[in-house]
Design a protein around this ligand. Sequence first.
Ligand code: 5CA
Length: 440
Amino acid sequence: MRLSQYFLPTLKENPAEAQVVSHRLMLRAGMISQTAAGSYSWLPMGKRVLSKIEQIIREEQNRVGVHEITMPTLQPDELWQESGRSDAYGKEMLRIKDRHERTLVYAPTAEEVVTDIGRRFMKSYRDLPVGLYQIQWKFRDEIRPRFGVIRGREFLMKDAYTFDVDFESAEKTYYRMFSAYQKTFARMGVAALAVQAETGPIGGTLSHEFHVLAQTGESTLFYDPKIDELKQADTLDLKALTELYAASDELHDPAKCPLKEEELRTTKGIEMGHIFYLGMKYSEAMGLQLQGADGKMFHPHMGCFGIGVTRMVAAVIEANHDEKGMIWPWPVAPFHVGILNMRVKDEATSQICEALEEKLGAMGLQTLYDDRDERAGVKFADMDLIGVPYQILVGPKNAANQQVELKNRRTGEVELLSVDEAVNALKSQQEHFARQVFQG
Ligand code: 5CA
């Protein structure tokens, strides 16, 4: 991509309305534009990151074996009457009347619709276990939308729903999903902490929230230091992990906590995902029953598993930035490499930049080429703000020797390399992350 031709409306000043760093940086880098309270348009660079995050989530969900579907954003209120949740959801659920005066709700979640699909098509225990998921827009009429896309009204969610014959099988599904979540967040360059959670209006008994550790996070988390030890082991013992104490400030009760205050570790986090074992709450209420191996009818045990996809973009930034701007982890970076032409009027310099653009492109890397006739300071500041993981600086002096500077955005380290050496260094980065995708 050539910066001179791109739609990247960066801001010089810090937007006054942004209280948290991710919101500030997303606005400054022209990733999003607020259309209404809690509703954002995703501009080209923001959309690139959002799509990459979506794709990682999709790959890891497919690996669990749940199947992607798409359900409507507008759902008939009748289904919510059946589950008994229409009133329980209250004002957070947006209701709309169609021309026939029928009430539609803009989906805040989709347990009802998926249970309805189940009761239409699932007949016997042989159909289970099975799981369906979607990556779809949701609307919750939050009283106080805030922190940009962290708490929006319209937001993108990955929601998966699973059906099992009994608790034992549902528990296995739960832990398979739990482990997929750990992998999903790790691939995005964020360390996640799973904390025991309350189920709220979603219902069920077993539930965990996944928090991205970020100093600017919304919740305070308290946890057993043994969790850090477990996480350093080669293979993660999920059951042991979920049984160790970890709670958010809303749930943490010092009187009931099994650990002494001085033994607890605390950190700040943003909730990225939330998983629930639902039991038979929805299958019973909505009459989803299947024939069992013994010939008797039974209600399947369900689970639901959410990730805030749009919120995830902000969470990655909260966990990966410095005073100059964002620092994208390679797998979710809008571009892998920035090419900075330090003298666009110098032919040798421009030739090297264009050759690099072509070579890296042919390798499958995405480049952002700053070909603007701008001062060096402006180019450095913009590329640092955008946070592309590697920058190649091409100036006339080095270009004369077929040399470039390769800068690592995270460490700030700069190396003087030949053009080929720089390309090879980036190739090994690319291979490193490609291997990570296939590790179980
Ligand atoms: N039905 C379940 C999951 S399938 C469910 O709705 N769970 S949830 O309410 O916890 O939402 C799932 C995830 O969506 C949350 O973990 C959070 O990351 C994200 N989310 C929830 N509300 C918002 C919001 N207002 N803005 C942005 N993301 C949100």
